[in-house]
Write a protein that binds this ligand. Structure first.
Ligand code: PEP
Ligand code: MG
Length: 752
């Protein structure tokens, strides 16, 4: 084993000639195991690679039985090799057969070997496989030898990334996962389907020559890149508002500290010394750090792992690309693939992409809200897609069923295109319904409005046939900016919204911040339970300056036109009264200053807390309207966080208990003559919309793209029949109305 650096460099040079030489992927792998075995004076050297996320496959061996290649497999976590892949750390023993967890693969004939050393083959913390050497005799491997094997594994991972082991048909070695078709299942964030071409938000970096001849040159390159990266980071910390003060500042200072860490630099230099190119040294040190940090339980320290990753990426970009990444040109029909993305960045891509896929992300993230506003098909939580997708790959995204086909084959593409054609036909039908009122077969008319939140939404008001904007989420405008918009800027936005609505009513909801809706420039309060915390109207009343400024902006933006304002998340009548008083006071004050009074002023509240359902009648008499925020009302009713995928899905909006609550609201508003609407996500789903209408809601507000399908369902339905179907299910003891209603809808051929 070449424990000395010179020996290790000689091996690396030999590996490089394998990479540059002739032969297909399998032949190269075979050469690599032979080289390593010879250099390390080992009887066995084997490479196991991941076939899929859970399976490792023996892909090349010198010493074990050749017929086991591509047939011997084991699960990640199973046996010594599986354990190395699972933990992403080396394992050394002088007697493998007595080591805990050892699992003997009979097809390989490995029973005669005792000493064992295995290291993960990984790149930027992603384990791709395991490299193993074995000997008959019981010998102890020295730390330096393990380190040398890790260096070799690092080079193998780079060779893999650069495609050195791809078979002639792309998949021979099991490393072809980046060329064959792949299916991902995520969570549907915004419906719609799109076919296009992959565009990676953060392009993967490929190093074509992982081995360096001259360590001095590499050290110099590293020093220059480090310096450039530090300038970047300093700029970030001092820069426009991101450093800021308080908590943000602390976070960025910690980040800066990492960038200057001497230990990091030393480890990088050591890796270069062993013969690696500077880029690969960065990756190796990062992989090691990741493996160490992932074992740390402290959530704060684990969070710092992201900082480290980010710094390593920055450094790599300087090394590979020589500077700040310039976004490459977007291909036509680009599908944006990212780990995560901020709402501002997404807005920058508006009009240039046809779909969005995130590896992380959530249903209520800001990016999701913006994607919905832009009607972009979107899937979140598509695990590992940033790793497997290559720029330029063909991709189809089905936001209806949360499925992504990467590099799809002919049959899949045909089926998908058929679906797109059908969707287009349906859209054609919706277009013909655009100007028709949504009147059911038994003569009930339901007003359909749209939800909006950014100016980009507004063009849909015409296309969708919405009768107005039933919910304008004003906080989105605040969320996609880097600083608090002033009065003039806010007024200008509200004015443009009213211009675009062309006389149709817009219900402006005052700032609904806190919990899931965080303004990047506002100090985030640490709360044990933010969904039940300081948010929405509570913030508005405790920080009256902010709310007052918004009210003034709304009145100014209205320029004398009719104005409707509603408050989010009130939990008792007095909160509404105080906020209403503020609006009335501001209107009077501005009028005294010469600003035109709105031609008419409606002030209402969103019904989002069960407590308001049971408020005294007086509240319902005092308000001009009530809008049910079903998303929040449901989370509080079922005590299930709407942000938490795990519990969110447990409860059905068509649960009879919840429907009974909604019915009480309808009955009260009917009795007292209070205008009522429903603006939660459920209003935009045809079956749910039918139920809401059957319960008595006569106004629904939803995503613009949902208006067509909902209208089509309402036009075809008889609400009396829907009520009867619900009644039957309730009588039969069902928890939810869904199954019974679906059966009824199907029997009637309703498009739900
Ligand atoms: C709701 O809670 O139903 C609602 C419409 O408001 P948001 O989703 O913005 O909280
Ligand atoms: Mg809400």
């Amino acid at each position: 084993m070449p424990a000395d650096k010179g020996g290790s460099r000689a091996l690396l040079r030999a590996l490089r000639s394998v990479m540059a030489g002739a032969g297909d992927g399998q032949q190269r792998l075979d050469q690599v195991v032979r080289l390593v075995a010879n250099n390390m004076v080992a009887e066995v050297c084997s490479i196991y690679l991941k076939r899929d996320e859970r399976t490792l496959e023996l892909c090349a061996t010198k010493g074990l039985r050749q017929d086991a290649v591509h047939s011997a497999r084991l699960r990640v976590g199973q046996g010594l090799v599986g354990r190395i892949a699972e933990r992403a750390e080396p394992f050394v023993t002088d007697d493998a057969q007595t080591a805990p967890g050892f699992r003997y693969l009979p097809e390989t004939g490995e029973e005669i070997y005792h000493s064992f050393v295995g290291v993960p083959i990984q790149r930027l913390g992603e384990v791709m496989g395991v490299l193993v050497v074995q000997n008959r005799t019981r010998r102890h491997y020295h730390e330096d030898e393990v380190e040398a094997l890790e260096i070799v594994a690092m080079v193998i991972s780079e060779m893999t990334e650069a495609g050195a082991f791809l078979g002639s048909e792309g998949t021979a070695t099991g490393l072809g996962r980046r060329v064959g078709p792949l299916v991902f299942e995520g969570t549907a964030a915004c419906d719609g389907v799109a076919e296009g071409v992959v565009h990676l938000h953060e392009p993967r970096l490929v190093v074509f020559d992982p081995i360096a001849d001259d360590a001095a040159t590499e050290r110099k390159r590293l020093a220059e890149a480090m310096e450039a990266m530090r300038v970047d980071v300093d700029r970030l910390v001092e820069g426009n508002g991101l450093g800021g003060s308080g908590e943000h500042r602390e976070i960025f200072e910690a980040y800066r500290m990492f960038a200057h860490d001497k230990g990091w630099r030393r480890r990088l230099d050591e890796a270069i010394e062993s013969g690696l190119a500077a880029e690969v040294a960065v990756e190796k040190v990062q992989s090691d750090a990741r493996a160490r940090m992932e074992r740390v339980a402290d959530p704060y320290l684990r969070e710092r792992l992201h900082d480290l990753d980010d710094l390593a990426h920055r450094l790599l970009r300087h090394l590979v690309g020589g500077g700040d990444p310039q976004a490459p040109e977007l291909p036509p029909n680009a599908v944006l693939i990212a780990r995560n993305i901020g709402p501002g960045e997404l807005m920058d891509h508006a009009g240039k992409i046809v779909a969005l896929v995130l590896e992380e992300g959530s249903l209520t993230s800001h990016a999701t809200i913006v994607a919905r506003a832009l009607a972009l098909p979107m899937v979140v939580q598509a695990e590992r897609i940033t790793r497997d997708a290559n720029p330029g790959d063909r991709i189809v995204v089905d936001g209806d069923i949360a499925r992504i086909d990467l590099r799809p084959e002919g049959g899949i593409l045909d089926a998908f295109r058929e679906k797109v054609a059908l969707a287009e036909q349906a859209r054609e039908i919706y277009r013909t319904l655009r100007d028709k009122p949504a009147t059911t077969r038994d003569g009930v008319t339901v007003r359909l409005k749209m939800n909006a939140g950014v100016l980009a939404d507004l063009p849909s008001i015409d296309a969708s046939g919405a009768e107005g904007v039933g919910l304008y989420r004003t906080e989105l405008q605040f969320m996609i900016r880097r600083n608090l918009p002033g009065r003039e800027a806010q007024a200008a936005v509200y004015s443009r919204v009213l211009d675009a609505a062309e006389g149709r009513e817009v219900m402006f909801r005052t700032l609904d911040i806190g919990s899931d809706k965080i303004l990047p420039y506002m100090r985030r309060e640490k709360e044990p339970n933010p969904a039940l915390g300081w948010r929405a109207i509570r913030v508005g009343l405790d920080r009256p300056k902010l709310l007052r400024m918004q009210i003034q902006s709304l009145v100014r933006g209205a320029k004398g036109r009719p104005l409707s304002i509603m408050f989010p998340m009130a939990a008792e009548a007095d909160e509404y009264r105080e906020a209403r008083g503020m609006v009335e006071g501001e209107v009077a004050r501005l009028a005294a200053l010469g600003h035109p009074r709105p031609e008419s002023l409606k002030i209402g509240f969103m019904l989002e807390t069960p407590s308001l359902v049971y408020a005294a009648d007086r509240l319902f008499e005092e308000t001009d309207f009530v809008s049910v925020g079903g998303n929040d009302l449901m989370q509080f009713f079922f005590a299930a966080d709407r942000e938490n995928e795990r519990v969110r899905k447990r409860y059905d909006v068509l649960n009879f208990s919840f429907l009974r609550l909604l019915r009480q609201i309808v009955e009260r508003c009917d009795r007292l003559g209070t205008a009522l609407s429903f603006c939660g996500e459920a209003a935009g789903r045809p079956l749910e919309a039918l139920v809401l209408a059957a319960i008595g809601f006569r106004e629904l507000s939803m995503r613009p793209a949902a208006i067509g399908p909902v209208k089509r369902a309402l036009l075809a339905a008889d609400l009396g029949e829907a009520s009867a179907a619900m009644e039957r299910a309730d009588q039969a003891g069902a928890t939810s109305a869904r199954a019974g209603l679906l059966a009824w809808a199907e029997s009637r051929g309703l498009p739900v």
